[in-house]
Design a protein around this ligand. Structure first.
Ligand code: GLA
Length: 466
């Protein structure tokens, strides 16, 4: 029986670098090697609708201002964030987009109809900021809206697509997040797939393309018109859900919703379940590890949403897990998905007094990686012990072969004396000392001390080759 070894991380990173450098290589997903894998990890919907602007061969990584700062942004915050991405080593790990969200612009357009940076908060202008960020080896992202106003009632780009795109390009902007507020409920003149978004979003795609500058186009229409069905030919990523909130409930709900569209994601265009909340204080460290693990496995954009200038060491450690990042940035580009969920109604909790929510206790999420590897997350969704036993064929592996396994959080090979000869992965996820809701209150009160409490909800990410 052949035992196949996990490839060295360094070797994979080298592969990644050369793949990212291959400008305009047509994005595609190589066929998976076995029928079992092809059945479980369907990618047949991907590849028909590619924008193919040479970007997003792997999901975008970086930082975005909204989740932590909301409208309290200014050019100093953006500069210091760029500095911090470099000094913490996050930039080297691939977090290279510094994305300004809503509220950067003045409340009205200028005399010539142009967008103006808010003179109080961005007095040096966006070009100066882009120069600064580029000087750090990073890229600058900006935000606008496919309606007449942004969600915070700054000018939107509807009917100004060409001028705004040209302005962004002249500033040296590398990324545009395009939101969906105040869209006037515009219905398409030529209705395509019943989607007004097909009228709202393509004009900005065309405007960006005509600037001649490579600008990542991130659609943010909140999953309203099932963008996975059409956005692949419009943008490089598309939000599939409403906004994330910094709670376990929001994060898990969003993961489940995003899962539905797994077969549509691939190199060049990604499902976007919204930005990371890791480090913002509403979840425990264990819960944030779950969040980060599942986002990585789902090939979601890894856009940090906390204040990277003031992170705890736990936050930095989570965001810096190279091997988990490598799962996200794997060049095969197949979105991992939920394969098994057991224990229905085994785990219920009151979200409010009138709202009882029940979760599937033991979930297995998995996805194929390049070089005959598979990532498997054993995800305990509840506040009680979960015992996992997964037959290898259930995740698409040949049960008669042997595998080497690595736990990407414990950074150990041969996870828990893995009985691979039984063709099963076994792992216990221990009961927490306290209920999650209690821990969350502690987290709010005690801040980073509370983050040390438990590791019970952490999915074990394992990459057995072949
Ligand atoms: C919407 C988007 C968020 C954020 C805000 C800014 O809600 O979904 O991600 O950009 O607008 O106003």
């Amino acid at each position: 029986m052949e035992v196949l070894r996990l490839r060295l991380v360094v070797a994979v990173l080298v592969l990644l670098a050369s793949s990212a450098a291959a400008a305009r290589a047509p994005p595609r997903i190589a066929p998976l090697p076995t029928a079992a894998l092809r059945r479980l990890y369907d990618t047949s919907n991907y590849g028909k609708l590619q924008l193919n602007n040479g970007l997003a061969l792997t999901p975008q990584m970086g930082w975005n201002s909204w989740n932590f700062f909301a409208c309290n942004i200014n050019e100093t915050v953006i500069r210091e964030t760029a500095d911090a991405l470099v000094s913490t080593g996050l930039a080297t790990l691939g977090y290279n987009y510094v994305n300004i969200d809503d509220c950067w612009s003045y409340v009205t357009r200028g005399k010539k109809g142009q967008l103006l940076p808010d003179p109080k908060t961005f007095p040096s202008g966006i070009k100066a900021l882009a120069d600064y960020v580029h000087g750090k080896g990073l890229k600058l992202g900006i935000y606008s809206d496919a309606g007449v106003s942004t969600c915070q009632v700054r000018p939107g780009s509807l009917f100004h697509e060409n001028d705004d795109a040209a302005l962004f390009a002249s500033w040296g902007v590398d990324y545009l997040k395009y939101d969906n507020c105040y869209n006037l409920g515009i219905k398409p003149e030529k209705r395509l797939q019943n989607s007004y978004a097909l009228v709202m979003y393509p004009p900005m795609r065309d405007a960006l393309n005509s600037t001649g500058r490579q600008i990542f186009y991130s659609l943010c229409e909140w999953g309203q018109d099932d963008p996975a069905l059409w956005a692949g030919k419009v943008g490089n990523s598309w939000r599939t859900t409403d906004d994330i909130v910094d709670t376990w409930k929001s994060m898990t709900d969003i993961a489940d919703k995003n899962n539905k569209w797994a077969s549509y994601a691939g190199p060049g265009g990604w499902n976007d379940p919204d930005m990371l909340e890791v480090g913002n204080g509403g979840m425990t460290s264990a819960e944030y590890r779950s969040h980060f693990s599942i986002w990585a496995l789902m090939k979601a954009p890894l856009l940090i949403g906390c204040d990277v200038r003031n992170m705890t060491s736990e936050t930095l450690e989570i965001l810096s897990n190279k091997e988990v990042i490598q799962v996200n940035q794997d060049p095969l580009g197949v979105q991992g998905r939920r394969i098994l969920g057991e224990g229905k109604y085994g785990c219920c909790e009151f979200i409010t007094m009138s709202n009882l929510q029940c979760n599937l206790l033991s979930q297995v999420w998995a996805g194929p990686l390049s070089e005959n590897r598979l990532v498997v997350a054993l995800w305990n969704r509840c506040s009680e012990t979960a015992n996992f036993t997964i037959k290898l064929p259930a995740v698409g592996l040949d049960g008669s072969s042997a595998y080497s396994v690595r736990d990407l959080w414990q950074k150990e090979d041969e996870l828990h004396a893995l009985p691979v000869l039984d063709a099963a992965l076994k792992m216990d996820s221990p009961a927490p000392e306290k209920k999650r809701s209690e821990r969350r209150r502690h987290a709010a009160v005690l801040g980073s001390q509370a983050l040390e409490q438990k590791s019970d909800q952490t999915p074990a990410l394992s990459s057995p080759p072949n």
